[in-house]
Design a protein around this ligand. Structure first.
Ligand SMILES: NC(=O)c1ccc[n+]([C@@H]2O[C@H](COP(=O)([O-])OP(=O)(O)OC[C@H]3O[C@@H](n4cnc5c(N)ncnc54)[C@H](O)[C@@H]3O)[C@@H](O)[C@H]2O)c1
Ligand SMILES: O=C(O)C[C@H](O)C(=O)O
Length: 308
């Protein structure tokens, strides 16, 4: 199993580290445009191998896509992150050009690759890959909902004063400060609805804190987060590599599911060896349906800025 990660920055390196530590891939290639940067990150990570007990071979390369040939999965993290006070949508001007050319170069050398899009604004970047490549829709996956759901569970555990392992919950919709739809009515602690333990007001607070999870970290860090994004990517890459058929909310191209079409937005999917094996249709409450439609309108507004 060969995994390529484009972008050796904060998120790309974190993806490589978590994938290596889980030790399911034989090879991880990191590629960056900055001379020597990916080589340095790869060497530093390889020097953790004996300490962290993994055999994954990590190599770094500067912009030479021939070294990515034969990749089974490629993760696109190249592009600029936001600064405090910015929205993800403001990154479109620079990141669209980067994501489009990176996707084309990856596919040229690995025609069977499954692409995972991380660069922001992620739903629109995933849609861009759909519009500008010939890859089938099951092989284009946007990462956002897995991260947002992890943040939702963190906030729920905090509110419930419970261990995170007791909590289950999911966030669907667009990966944006206003577009996320945390499914509070479906979230559980040990199969009991969290609404049994938390007031509506507290649950609404949890949802709001979840939606601005990325912005909160960006304000604290001065740039956007990388540990949880890397962990989310590695869990999704593992689900594909090991054909786990595990459920994650991912940005997927919809053709009528959830009443939406011609859009990439976060919905629950099963990830396995073919990428998106299935889009899972869950029954939403009327309020959740309305939020999902509103979220889609926001994503479409950003998609309309694309020149494709
Ligand atoms: N979808 C998500 O949940 C999620 C989570 C975190 C970050 N992000 C996004 O991921 C992206 C990367 O964030 P980061 O913190 O790692 O940024 P970063 O600045 O640390 O790293 C980005 C890297 O991309 C490289 N790069 C730029 N253009 C390139 C090109 N054409 N080819 C190859 N490499 C190129 C840069 O040299 C840099 O090393 C941002 O757009 C950020 O908003 C998304
Ligand atoms: O918040 C960001 O800009 C980065 C990422 O989308 C995140 O949610 O951490």
């Amino acid at each position: 199993m060969k995994v390529t990660i484009v972008g050796a920055g904060a998120v790309g390196a974190s993806c490589a580290e978590y994938i290596a530590i889980k030790d399911f891939a034989s090879e991880v290639v990191i590629l960056d445009i900055k001379e020597g940067f990916a080589e340095g990150k790869a060497m530093d990570l390889m020097q953790t191998a004996s300490l962290n007990c993994f055999d994954t071979k990590i190599t770094g390369i500067t912009n030479d896509y021939s070294k990515t040939a034969g990749s089974d999965i490629a993760v696109i993290t190249s592009g600029i992150p936001r600064k405090p006070g910015m929205t993800r949508e403001e990154l479109i001007g620079i990141n669209a050009g980067i994501v489009k050319s990176v996707a084309a170069s990856l596919i040229e050398h690995s025609p069977n690759v499954i692409l995972m899009v991380v660069s922001n604004p992620m739903d629109t970047m995933t849609y861009l890959v759909h519009k500008t490549t010939d890859l089938p829709k099951n092989r284009i996956i946007g990462m956002g909902g897995a991260l947002d759901s992890a943040r939702f569970k963190y906030r729920l555990a905090e509110a419930l004063e419970a261990p995170i392992s007791d909590i289950d919950g999911m966030v669907i919709g667009g990966h944006s400060d206003t577009g996320m739809v945390p499914l509070t009515a479906h979230a559980t602690r040990n199969s009991i609805k969290v609404s049994e333990f938390l007031s509506e007001e507290r649950l609404n607070q949890v949802a709001e804190d979840t939606k601005v999870g990325g912005a909160t970290l960006t304000k604290l860090l001065g740039t956007s987060a990388w540990y949880a994004p890397g962990a989310a990517v590695s869990a999704m890459v593992q689900a594909i590599a090991c054909d786990q058929k595990k459920m994650f909310p991912c940005s997927a191209f919809l053709e009528g599911e959830y009443g939406l079409e011609d859009i990439c937005i976060g919905v629950p999917v099963l990830l396995g060896k073919n990428g998106i094996e299935k889009i899972v249709n869950i029954e939403l409450t009327e309020a959740e349906k309305a939020k999902m439609q509103e979220s889609a309108e926001g994503v479409r507004k950003t998609n309309d800025l694309l020149e494709v």
